[in-house]
Design a protein. Sequence first.
Lengths: 168, 272
Amino acid sequence: MKKFPHGQHTIALKLNGMARSGQCEPRTLLSDFLRSRMGTTGVHVGCEHGVCGACTITIDGVAQRACLTLAVAADGRDVRTVEGLADNTGALSELQSAFRKHHALQCGFCTPGILMSCADFLTRVPDPDETQVREMLSGHLCRCTGYSNIVAAILDVAAGRKKDVADA
Amino acid sequence: MKPAAFDYIRADSTDEIVHLLAEYGEDARILAGGQSLMAALNMRLAQPRVLIDISRVEDLSTIRVNRGWMQLGAAVTQRAAEMVVRDESTVPLLAQALPHLGHFQTRNRGTVCGSIAHADPSAELPLCLATLGGTVELRSRRRRRRVAAEEFFRGVLTTAREADELIESVRFPLANKQTRYGFVEVSMRHGDFALVALAATVSGEEVRLGVGGVADRPWVQTLPLSTGTDLDAALEDLAWKLGAQDDQHASARYRRHLVRNLGAQLINRLRS
């Protein structure tokens, strides 16, 4: 077992492909650790009880809430945030490009969480129908864009990938 | 919306967990997926002195399907369970209920046993466990014991678990070919807690109907289906017996309405 008594501890994790470490208390939420210690402020903090979905990230490839995860629990894990989607040159990922093309974001507050959910969802459900996309999106609250354009962008990415596979 | 201070211990084995529980008792809380507990910590509804993280204990991450049961260890996620029950010969009621349980993103992390331990009266998993007549396997340094689901749930967020006990696993009975299984719920949004959730198993001339979200715990009632029995009257009695209350989400009257009408729809669907 490993004990982390109340106080400061150093944890190490892989963040967007790079080895990083930083200090946190046992009670520090992963969302706060990523924002304030790691500088990945694309992790947005909305409700802090798992409902709104803005803080969604992937840990070991699986989409989950950073606000319902302790930073110490992510010690040694592979964490990805929205900052890890675009490549080193800043070129948008196909998912991000599709969101831009379909006007799937307006204020952008909910967007990073939705993108991270999609990153996981589309690897597991590569050819989703609209119902499956909307079911996945039920874990995110968007209050200004409206969901239709978000659904269109996700279906567009899935269709594009399917075509790529067919052409290959 | 930040947790109060606590000590965090990451356990590596079940032995370690039961020793820690024996040492800290009520001062400790088990952290598995944290999809209920972390929200409670953030809102300071819970302020334990020690958190014991069991999510990396490999022994607790196993799903066993044999001898008529599906047994899920304490660290098994709802997502992992969802994958297994796609096979209809396992636990078809869970296959129907799991998609209603929170969201894709919370099922990825939330555990089956964690939901059972939390014992929210409107939660789907306690309802399914009670309706199917499953069991909860508890382990402490003192002993191991097996408790039937109907004995385990004692009230709102209250169970038969003692302070030094770990829910090591839960067991759901596997599908019986002569039985039909159904689940239905009404909630404000998909994935929200159910206003009323109903689970039913129909075999021969009998239905076991489980109701969640109305009483202070999942409630299971056996109703006869033989010709000449008045199902509507039986559901009417049940709806009143559950002691529904008004809250900010729905009125008691609406909940009784759902028990009567959804109950009849569900049972008739399974009989036809």
